[in-house]
Design a protein around this ligand. Structure first.
Ligand SMILES: Cc1ncc(COP(=O)(O)O)c(C=O)c1O
Length: 492
C-alpha cells in the first residue's frame, strides 16, 4: 500500500491491517517532509547555539561530575516511542546542547579540537544522509573523487609532485596507517604474511614528545610499545639531532631494523615542531623512512608567514594531517599522505593489494578500502573540499594565522607578568605556563568547575604546567587578560 493510500484509508476510517500500520510507521520514519520541517527547526536551534557560544557570555562548560550527570541518563531502553521530533528538539535545546563543551566559546582554550566551520558541519549532514560507504568507488563515486581532490591539494601544499593517500577517522588511526606502510616497506621479509617474528626486531625512533598513538601503533603492529625508542628533545621541545643519530647507531648495534623515524610537526604537549630539514636530510642519507606526524601543525603550511617552520616536510615518505584540528573541520577527518603513490597500498598489503600490480591498477586506485583500516567510512572529503572552495587556502590560512598570533600574544603577556612563568615561546598555537606558587592541577580544576575557561595541563619532566591551545580565532586579547585574572583570583 502506498503512503497516500494509507492516509486516504485513515481519512475514511477504513480498517487498516497490521501490515498497513507497519508500512505507515516505516514510511513515517523516512518522511521527507518531517525531515524538512525538523531540519529547518534544528538549523535554527544550532544557529542560536553557535551565536550564543561565540558571544562568550555564558559558561564554557556547565560542569557536573560525571557520576552525578549520568543519573539523568539511566532510562530503560524505549520499547515504544517516547519522543516526537518536537520533543527531540526540546531535549537538544534544554538538556543536550547545554551539556556540551562550548567549542566556539572564546574561553575554550583546552584541546586541539577545531571550532568547526559551520558550513563544513552542514556538509557533514550531507555525508550522514547520503551515507556513502566508500569502500569501493561504486559505493561512493563523488565521495571518492572529492577525497582524491583533497588529497592532491594537501600533497601540493607539502610540496610534493605526486601524492597518494586516504582520509581516515582521526590522527591516531592515520599514524597507524602510515606506520603500517613503513613497516611493510622496511622489513626485508613479507611481514604482512609472515608476521613480525619472522625477521629481525623493528624499531621506531620518535621524539620523547611524540603522540601516544605512535607507541600504541607499535603495540597494535605486534612490535611491542617498547619498540619506540624515545629520542630526547631540546629545551624548546624539538627532537635533538645528536640524540637521533645516537639512537640510530644503537639500534644498528643491537641488530634491529629502524622501520621509521617519526618527526612531529606540532607535538601535543607544547606544539613544538621537530627540525624537519635536518631530520629529513639524515633520513635521506641513511635511507630511513621519515614519517611526519603533522596532525596538529601541518596546517601551518597554508600560511606564507608560518610555513617556513615546516621546511623539510617535503622529505617525508608519509605525512599525517588532521582536518579536525587546524583545518577547522568537524571531527573526524585525517589525511594520511604518501609521497610515493605505491607506498599508499603497502599499509594493508593483503592479497587484494596485489591487484595493484596487475592491469586493473588504474581502476583499483579508486577503491579506497585498499588504503585504510576502515571498510565503511564517512564521506569525509566533502567538507574539506567545500571549505577550500568557499574560503580558499588564504581564508583558512587567516584562521591559522589568527590563532598562532593570539598564542604569541598570550606568551608575551605571560613574560611580562611577574607572577606567571611561560615554558617556552610558542612555535604553533599551544602555550604552556604556570602561576608561580600555585598548585596548577587544583587551579585548573577550579577554573573548569566554575565554567570560566577550558584549559588543560601537561606534566613535563615531572612538573605540571597549565596548557592552552588557542584554537578559536574569536579568542581576543580581552579573553587572554580575563584568563590571567581568573587564574589569579582562583588561586587565592
Ligand atoms: C601530534 C598528534 N598526533 C596525533 C594525534 C591523534 O589525533 P586524533 O585525536 O585525531 O586521533 C594528536 C591528537 O591530539 C596529536 O596531537
Amino acid at each position: 500500500m502506498q503512503h497516500r493510500d494509507i492516509i486516504f484509508s485513515t481519512m475514511h476510517n477504513n480498517a487498516l491491517s497490521p501490515a498497513d500500520i507497519a508500512d505507515s510507521r516505516i514510511l513515517g520514519m523516512f518522511d521527507p517532509q518531517q525531515f524538512r520541517n525538523t531540519g529547518h527547526a534544528l538549523i535554527d536551534l544550532l544557529a542560536d547555539y553557535l551565536a550564543t557560544n561565540m558571544e562568550g557570555t555564558g559558561k564554557v562548560i556547565d560542569w557536573v561530575p560525571p557520576h552525578l550527570a549520568e543519573l539523568d541518563w539511566l532510562a530503560p531502553l524505549p520499547q515504544h516511542p517516547v519522543l516526537n521530533p518536537t520533543d527531540l528538539l526540546e531535549r537538544l535545546r534544554h538538556e543536550i546542547l547545554p551539556g556540551t563543551l562550548a567549542i566556539h566559546h572564546p574561553h575554550n582554550l583546552g584541546h586541539q579540537v577545531a571550532a568547526p566551520l559551520p558550513l563544513a558541519a552542514l556538509c557533514d549532514l550531507v555525508a550522514a544522509l547520503a551515507n556513502q560507504a566508500m569502500a569501493v568507488y561504486e559505493t561512493g563515486p563523488s565521495a571518492t573523487l572529492l577525497e582524491r581532490q583533497v588529497i592532491r591539494w594537501l600533497g601540493e601544499l607539502i610540496g610534493w609532485k605526486n601524492v597518494e593517500g586516504v582520509l581516515t577517522s582521526g590522527g591516531a588511526q592515520a599514524n597507524l596507517t602510515a606506520l603500517l606502510a613503513a613497516r611493510q616497506h622496511s622489513a626485508d621479509w613479507d611481514i604482512w604474511q609472515k608476521g613480525v617474528s619472522a625477521g629481525r626486531p623493528l624499531r621506531i625512533l620518535a621524539s620523547e614528545h611524540a603522540h601516544y598513538s605512535i607507541s600504541r601503533a607499535a603495540g597494535i603492529m605486534g612490535l611491542g610499545a617498547n619498540a619506540v625508542v624515545k629520542v630526547a628533545a631540546d629545551a624548546e621541545g624539538r627532537m635533538d639531532i645528536a640524540a637521533l643519530q645516537q639512537a640510530h647507531r644503537e639500534a644498528i648495534e643491537q641488530g634491529t631494523i629502524v622501520m621509521a623515524v617519526v618527526a612531529t610537526a606540532g607535538c601535543t604537549p607544547t606544539g613544538s615542531v621537530d627540525p624537519l630539514s635536518s631530520v629529513g636530510a639524515y633520513c635521506r642519507q641513511h635511507n630511513l623512512w621519515l614519517h611526519v606526524d603533522g596532525a596538529h601543525g601541518a596546517s601551518a603550511l597554508l600560511s606564507p608567514i608560518y610555513r617556513e617552520a615546516l621546511s623539510g616536510i617535503e622529505y617525508a615518505d608519509s605525512v599525517v594531517w588532521d582536518g579536525h584540528k587546524l583545518l577547522y573541520m568537524p571531527a573526524a577527518v585525517s589525511a594520511v599522505l604518501f609521497q610515493k603513490p605505491e607506498h599508499a597500498n603497502e599499509a594493508f598489503a593483503q592479497e587484494a593489494s596485489y591487484l595493484f600490480q596487475g592491469s586493473s591498477h588504474g581502476d583499483e586506485t579508486y577503491n579506497t578500502s585498499y588504503r585504510t583500516l576502515e571498510c565503511t567510512k564517512r564521506m569525509m572529503g566533502l567538507k574539506l573540499w567545500a571549505a577550500f572552495s568557499l574560503y580558499g587556502r588564504e581564508g583558512i590560512a587567516l584562521l591559522v594565522e589568527r590563532v598562532f598570533g593570539t598564542a604569541r600574544l598570550l606568551a608575551q603577556k605571560l613574560e611580562q607578568a611577574e607572577d606567571f612563568e611561560c615554558l617556552m615561546p610558542p612555535q604553533t598555537n599551544i602555550v604552556c605556563f604556570r602561576l608561580r606558587g600555585a598548585d596548577q592541577a587544583s587551579l585548573r580544576s577550579a577554573v573548569i568547575e566554575a565554567g570560566a575557561f577550558h584549559v588543560t595541563q601537561v606534566t613535563l619532566r615531572d612538573e605540571v604546567w597549565l596548557r592552552t591551545t588557542i584554537m578559536n580565532p574569536l579568542t581576543t586579547e580581552k579573553d587572554l587578560d580575563e584568563l590571567l585574572e581568573t587564574l589569579r583570583r582562583r588561586a587565592t
